[in-house]
Design a protein around this ligand. Structure first.
Ligand code: ARG
Ligand code: GLU
Length: 708
């Protein structure tokens, strides 16, 4: 569906402010500015119910989980809820053949059964503070970007040290609006975190990569942990530690949701790029995404074919494919979304209005021209790096070449040991893996070469056929594919290994290829021009964003996501993904049964779940129609990192756990469209049903505060 561009632009221009309805990820400390709008939208709370430093507030219940997800306290004994895909690493780590928690799920039936997870952290925000003046002290407009950076780093260092002196807190300072503002976060970091519960994969990951990024969805994407402390303070694991008592835990509502209900998401969104120029949007949507997608198509085709061969191979490649496919699918949605929105044209239009406004303002007049020039120098180097990562480094073969090449630079025993262990593991099923990896190695490189982005390939190869033959030779000749020789090299004494490595760097075709590629793509000149262009862009963006804020003084600009605590708000709402199709806002367990297919791995249904379904044994978790709701969508603006975030109702009670976005709206990291952008949440009633009815872990339900 393509709407006439002009009409769309006219609508955009008529908008009194820059930010659209429901767009935005707001700073909790400054939520007073949003309070009126949030209350108009239906919220019954005040801003200080959400963030307060003098009293316990909702923010005390929301944490950064494992450095990249969000979690929330749901009992006064430190019980913590997050996504299954956020706890995934821990669930896998504690799974063995005898105790396969990933496949069968895990439920601690008492505190002693809770599993310690060393290395896992949970971060609670104690308070935040605007430190712009202190951070920018002794900087001025005449400084170079690197002088400015150095001064800022020193200021931050001094500031954070002083802020936490004599306390157990940790301080971090983060830039906002491209460094026009800085906030300091005083945090408490918990390190005794234990696994309490996780549903089996065919519930927690139901639909797998087939349903990933999509609606309708039926994934039971949650897991449970518990935070322990010593006398209420963070401490490493010890048997003596006791469950942490959060200042506040979330109440859970069983009242459910209706289309149009107010909701908000409170969590740690990772990265958005809302204010970038048309060049950046074009680079992402029309240049980088298509390259990444095409190269991942190649990899996925081979892995998917292999996974169909046997259950063992499915297991072998499942998590690798999940990682590759997650970005691959998101970028496709993003590019389509930008196209649908005429995103590049929209940005150009907005830039034209900025230019008119800035015409008589010397400090802003040239900023867009300079940004265009900076992007012009950045693009080629940037694209070359995308090819390096997505093509040259697509195969395990070249990743092992990278590891070996590192050894030629720094011949450490530890690195040699690591490569030896990895290689032994690799050679254990070499015969299965090797043909797949060889095909990936040759096809991705040929693709890069055909598109003019493999300058490191010898000029004498003039067609794909001869290049493929050459790459196949490299693959078979290299020491990296000869177990005995490699084993011998890696077990040599340090000195001898060094001289052997030096010879290899001259003789081994894989090492030569990697070395040539790296030296070209990351040559000192290219590194220099890459960082200069980036420094220039960040400087100019700082000016441009400041200018836009002056241009639209009445607009409440939200700062781009930067993995700090934010509030997004909106409404439960369906949408029209395409002509004649309307997506209703919630799914039910009936949809799980509709999707059930024992022959398709992603759609196998857990027998016990089916039994409960057949008996309609939903307990108190059914809605007024007698259905068991599973997931719902809403207009909250979220991104990666918001996984596991609590989704709250007008009274601040927990109604869901955020875990994804709808594919049609994944361009929201760059441009938000209220007609298409939806976050996807697990309905808390399905989550509790699974804990209670499915797993029989009623002791966990009892420690929660449930509101009916
Ligand atoms: N799309 C979600 C996110 O970006 C879920 C990813 C994990 N699930 C999967 N099927 N790969 O994190
Ligand atoms: N699954 C994503 C997560 O990690 C959330 C989806 C999104 O990008 O919005 O964080």
């Amino acid at each position: 569906m393509k709407r006439p561009i002009l009409l769309l632009l006219a609508a955009f221009m008529a908008a009194p402010t820059l930010v659209r309805a429901d767009e935005g990820m707001w700073i909790p400390m400054l939520l007073g500015r949003n309070q009126a709008a949030m209350q108009r939208a239906g919220m019954h709370l005040s801003a200080s119910d959400i963030y307060d430093v003098n009293h316990a507030s909702l923010k005390d219940a929301v944490v950064l989980f494992a450095g990249g997800c969000t979690g929330e306290f749901i009992s006064d004994e430190g019980l913590l809820l997050t996504n299954h895909h956020c706890g995934y690493g821990q669930i896998v780590k504690h799974s063995t053949v005898e105790h396969d928690y990933l496949t069968n799920g895990f439920w601690a039936m008492n505190r002693d059964q809770e599993i310690p997870c060393p290395g896992l952290t949970v971060v609670r925000l104690v308070r935040m503070e605007d430190v712009t003046t202190q951070v920018l002290a002794n900087t001025d407009d005449q400084m170079t970007e690197s002088e400015r950076e150095a001064t800022i780093s020193a200021n931050i260092e001094a500031l954070t040290q002083k802020a936490v002196e004599g306390s157990h807190y940790k301080a971090v300072v983060k830039p906002f609006y491209y460094g026009n503002q800085y906030f300091m976060y005083i945090n408490e970091v918990f390190t005794d975190v234990r696994l309490v519960g996780a549903p089996p994969s065919n519930i927690g990951k139901f639909g797998g990569d087939t349903d990933n990024w999509m609606w309708p969805r039926h994934t039971g994407d949650f897991s449970l942990f518990r935070v322990y402390a010593a006398d209420g303070l963070p401490a490493d694991f010890s048997k003596e530690n006791t469950p942490y008592r959060p200042l506040q835990h979330l109440q859970i509502s069983l009242k459910g949701i209706n289309e149009g209900d107010f909701t908000f998401v409170f969590g740690y969104p990772g990265t958005t790029r809302r204010y970038v120029t048309h060049d950046a949007v074009n680079l992402a949507a029309n240049i980088e995404n298509p390259i990444r997608i095409a190269l991942r198509d190649i990899r996925l085709a081979h892995y998917n074919a292999a996974m169909k061969q046997s259950p063992a191979q499915r297991l072998k490649y499942a998590s690798r494919v999940a990682g590759i496919a997650n970005g691959w699918k998101k970028w496709q949605g993003e590019t389509l979304g930008i196209e649908r929105l005429h995103g590049v044209e929209q940005k150009m239009q907005q830039e034209a209005s900025f230019r008119r406004w800035a015409a008589d303002k010397p400090q802003y007049r040239n900023v867009l021209d300079s940004l265009e020039a900076a992007y012009a120098t950045l693009t080629d180097v940037e694209v070359e790096r995308v090819y390096f990562n997505e093509a040259l480094l697509a195969s395990d073969f070249m990743n092992r070449a990278l590891a070996l090449w590192r050894l030629t630079r720094q011949n450490s025993d530890a690195a040699a040991q690591k490569l030896l262990a990895d290689s032994r593991q690799y050679f254990a099923d070499f015969s299965i893996h090797s043909p797949i990896d060889q095909a990936i190695f040759t096809e991705t490189l040929v693709y890069a070469w055909q598109h003019g982005y493999a300058p490191y390939i010898d000029k004498k190869y003039t067609n794909a056929q001869t290049l493929t033959t050459y790459l196949n030779t490299i693959y078979t000749k290299s020491i990296l594919n000869q177990p005995q020789k490699l084993e011998k090299l890696l077990t040599l004494p340090t000195e001898k290994r060094a001289s052997r490595l030096a010879t290899l760097l001259k003789n081994d075709p894989a090492l030569i290829l990697f070395h040539t590629a790296y030296s070209q793509v990351y040559s000192p000149e290219k590194n220099q021009s890459f960082s200069a262009a980036n420094a220039r862009i960040s400087h100019l963006m700082r000016t441009y964003v400041r200018g836009m804020m002056e241009q639209f003084p009445d607009s409440n600009f939200f700062p781009d996501a930067n993995l700090t605590l934010r509030v997004a708000y909106g409404h439960v709402q369906g949408f029209r993904p395409r002509d004649a199709v309307y997506y209703t806002p919630y799914s039910t367990i009936d949809g799980i049964m509709e999707k059930e297919n024992p022959d398709i791995y992603d759609y196998r249904v857990e027998p016990r779940l089916k039994e409960l379904y057949l008996h309609k044994d939903y307990g108190q978790y059914a809605n007024s129609k007698g259905e068991l709701p599973t997931c719902f969508i809403a207009t909250n603006h979220t991104t990666g990192g918001n996984s596991g975030s609590p989704v709250l109702n007008a009274d601040g009670q927990l109604i869901g756990i955020n875990f994804d976005r709808c594919w049609e709206g994944t361009m929201s990291d760059l441009l938000f469209d209220p007609n298409y952008c939806r976050n996807i949440s697990l309905d808390i009633r399905y989550c509790l049903f699974l804990i209670d009815k499915y797993a029989g872990a009623t002791h966990l339900i009892q420690e929660m505060t449930i509101v009916k």
